[in-house]
Design a protein around this ligand. Structure first.
Ligand code: NAD
Ligand code: DAU
Length: 338
């Protein structure tokens, strides 16, 4: 039996990834280590909590003793590190937790992998480590320079460099993936697409940073999870794999498409001050994973958005609960600062 440690499994991508792995590999055993920060929610995994191939452990990836004990107990074959402080705007308000979880937490996991031995260590990173593109630049490749611009992306870049060092120095079999912007069910409503959909459902204004012409390259979370599964199994240690679906849109295009699909007025769009250090454009060249591992995205963007609008429409209790909790205080502080 393959034993897989997933960190951050109660978050957006982590919960989708655990569901994907349990479906695709019914003979694997997963331990989900999650601190349950504001972004972690066990409701995201209600449908798998009784699965005998799944165990949840509440804990911090930066807690050296706990991580060491877990590795000794479970003897993991594979590690997928998805635990992170993941929101750029929060990193602008307070970078400290990003250093603790994204950098120190990753180093603690790498050290446990070094001490106990694993077959593969997957570091789930982001295209944001490459910095920002101008409209006419070619998309990021794995050889693009690392030029992070936000405290969030700086912390992810630092973690990537520790991964590289642990591979080069100690031979820990690390593989890094760098994916573009994800959308899909269970995304915390602080992120742009859920902000658009849930605010529109509530008839509230949708805050648009700056001129709304910043570009992101969107991918459905299921396509990301499929790519992570492949890299975990077949990715070459020491390598980086970009993941993206070549689906670039300005933020204004996104919000207008969503409002049209929902039958809501464009008057909900409200321009606000720009995010400090706001990256202008991300775009991913995913040739390497396509050619080497045979990956290809399967989801169509507009039908994916339609499905997602339906998901948020029938799961109002999920996001209303999330939005009425810690999020309310954060949103007042953040949007109040713009
Ligand atoms: P998320 O914020 O929805 O979830 C993060 C999860 O990590 C939560 O369950 C949280 O409780 C947990 N966590 C945070 N700190 C922890 C700690 N110290 N110890 C244990 N658990 C902790 O994030 P997400 O959007 O699902 O992103 C998951 C990963 O994918 C992150 O590493 C992120 O950098 C990366 N990523 C995200 C995107 C995207 O578009 N969302 C794109 C590319 C890469
Ligand atoms: O590119 C991958 C990254 O994508 C991940 O590594 C991050 O974890 C994830 O949060 C995401 O970062 P972004 O900053 O690109 O995503 P966000 O959803 O915060 O914002 C997307 C775009 O929308 C960005 O240009 C800022 C803009 N925006 C965002 C919010 C929340 C707005 O105009 N208004 C908003 O209210």
């Amino acid at each position: 039996m393959v034993k897989l440690l997933v960190t951050g499994g109660a978050g957006f991508i982590g919960s989708n990834f655990i569901r994907h792995i349990l479906k695709e590999h019914p003979d694997w055993y997963i331990v989900n280590l999650d601190k349950l920060t504001y972004a972690g929610n066990l409701e995201n995994l209600k449908d798998v909590e009784d699965n005998p191939c799944y165990r949840f452990v509440r804990g911090d990836i930066a807690d050296r003793e706990l991580v060491d004990r877990l590795f000794r107990e479970e003897k993991f074959d594979l590690v997928a590190n998805l635990a992170a402080e993941s929101h750029v705007d929060r990193s602008i308000l307070d970078p400290a937790p990003f250093i603790e979880t994204n950098i120190k937490g990753t180093q603690v996991l790498l050290e446990a992998a070094r001490q106990h031995g694993v077959r593969k260590f997957l570091q789930v990173s982001t295209d944001e480590v490459y910095g920002s593109l101008q409209p006419d630049d070619p998309p990021f490749t794995e050889a693009s320079p690392i030029r992070p611009n936000s405290p969030y992306s700086a912390s992810k870049a630092a973690a990537d460099l520790f991964c590289r060092a642990y591979f080069r120095t100690y031979g820990v079999p690390v593989v890094i993936t760098r994916c573009s912007n994800n959308y899909g069910p269970y995304q915390f409503p602080e992120k742009f697409i859920p902000v658009c959909i849930t605010n529109a459902l509530e008839g509230k204004p949708i805050p648009m940073y700056g001129d709304g012409l910043n570009i992101r390259d969107w991918i459905h979370v299921e396509d990301h999870c499929q790519a992570l599964d492949l890299v975990l199994q077949k990715g070459r240690p020491g390598e980086v794999y970009n993941i993206g679906a070549s689906n670039e849109h300005t933020n204004l295009e996104i919000v207008k498409t969503i409002l049209k699909l929902m039958g809501k007025p464009e008057s909900l769009i409200t321009f606000v001050k720009d995010r400090p250090g706001h990256d202008r454009r991300y775009a991913i060249d995913a040739k390497k994973i396509r050619q080497e591992l045979g990956w290809a995205p399967a989801r169509d963007f507009v039908s994916g958005l339609e499905e997602l609008i339906h998901w948020y429409t029938i799961n109002t209790s999920w996001w209303e609960r999330v939005k009425s909790g810690e999020y309310r205080e954060y949103a007042e502080k953040w949007y109040g600062s713009l």
